[in-house]
Design a protein around this ligand. Structure first.
Ligand code: ADP
Length: 327
């Protein structure tokens, strides 16, 4: 597993892309997590010109991404004002090849609430859950990191996005409540806690990280399902088509026969056309013979067999027939 977060320079980012690509070659099971990278509370951490690199190179390499609302907007180019927009942004990130997309926070829930969405794309099927909870009054630093770390840990342990999502949210809220209570105590009544006083109470929350309470239940986003069912059909069709196109362009093959993901046999347009013409010739010849037999009283016989070799179509056999005179 490999987690990356803030990278502020182009050359660093390009190197990361290179390393991830190499690592995935050696270990296709490697899970690469792209966590938030860009901004928080509309504050942009990284130079704007890095956005295209994040969007077009880094994100497509990721298995899991956990952008907040603002980052999801930047990565997808979709402005998120309601759940439909959020789903479109999620779909856009799935289309880039990301298997798990989690929007870690958004303001599209009810007034005063935060809404998070977690979506998976497996074999073209989308499963999207949401959890809504009250937004606490305070600015926390490191919540995106903690969110991504917990999510990744639980995905690894339970392999269920719903379970991982619920446990992550439970830990987050326990940590944040503990942090806020402590910060307010330090600041004193009526005072606003300083950023230092708001430091996440991680060590004190050890048991909430290891054993999250069963406080949050993720809801399956039904609206999403019907919408994604359409997307799914479109996407899988697109995938099939692009797969076919790729095969054409890469090998010039019309038909691929694969075993265990490996092409074991294939044939080109020319080969398929030849096969059709031969079948047609044999059918026409045989129909002609039957006709001549009927009309002339002669007997048509097959005198020898000719083996038609077809390199990659395997070997097919056809009878060449000719007419003989029989008294
Ligand atoms: N003000 C808040 N009130 C309640 N929960 C919060 C608040 N800020 C952050 N969180 C928790 O932290 C998680 C990640 O927060 P987020 O703001 O998305 O992180 P970041 O912007 O750093 O990526 C949220 O899912 C939520 O559980």
């Amino acid at each position: 597993m490999c987690v990356f977060c803030y990278m502020g320079s182009k050359s660093f980012l390009e190197k990361v892309a290179e390393i991830i690509t190499d690592l995935k070659k050696y270990n296709p099971n490697l899970i690469y997590v792209k966590i938030h990278f860009y901004s928080k509370n509309n504050y942009v951490y990284v130079p704007q010109e890095l956005l295209p690199l994040y969007r077009d190179v880094i994100v497509p390499l990721a298995d899991i991404v956990t952008p907040n609302q603002f980052e999801a907007e930047k990565l997808s180019g979709i402005s998120i004002n309601n759940q439909d927009d959020a789903l479109k942004a999620i779909e856009c990130l799935h289309t880039k090849g990301v298997k798990v997309v989690v929007i870690s926070s958004s303001d599209i829930g009810k007034e005063g609430n935060m809404l998070t969405l977690a979506s998976t794309a497996k074999n073209g099927v989308r499963e999207c859950y949401k959890i809504e909870f009250p937004m606490l009054d305070g600015r926390f630093v490191g919540t995106g990191d903690l969110f991504a770390a917990c999510l990744l840990g639980w995905i690894h342990k339970s392999n269920s996005i719903k379970d991982a999502f619920e446990k992550t949210l439970s830990t987050m809220q326990s940590v944040i409540k503990r942090t806020l209570e402590h910060a307010q105590k330090l600041a004193g009544p009526g005072n606003k806690p300083t950023p230092a006083q708001m430091e996440l109470r991680l060590v004190q929350s050890k048991s909430d990280i290891e054993n999250p309470k069963d406080t949050f239940k993720a809801q399956l986003n039904r609206k999403t399902l019907s919408q994604s069912a359409q997307n799914q059909a479109a996407t899988s069709l697109r995938n099939q088509l692009s797969g076919l196109e790729n095969r054409h362009s890469s090998s010039g093959l019309l038909l691929d026969i694969t075993r265990g993901g490996k092409r074991v046999r294939g044939c080109t347009y020319a080969q398929v056309t030849c096969a059709f013409i031969l079948i047609l010739v044999i059918m026409v010849t045989s129909a002609m013979m039957r006709y001549l037999e009927r009309e002339s009283g002669f007997k048509a016989i097959s005198t020898h067999s000719v083996v038609l070799m077809h390199n990659s179509l395997n070997t097919s056999r056809g009878n060449m027939t000719h007419l003989s005179n029989f008294p």
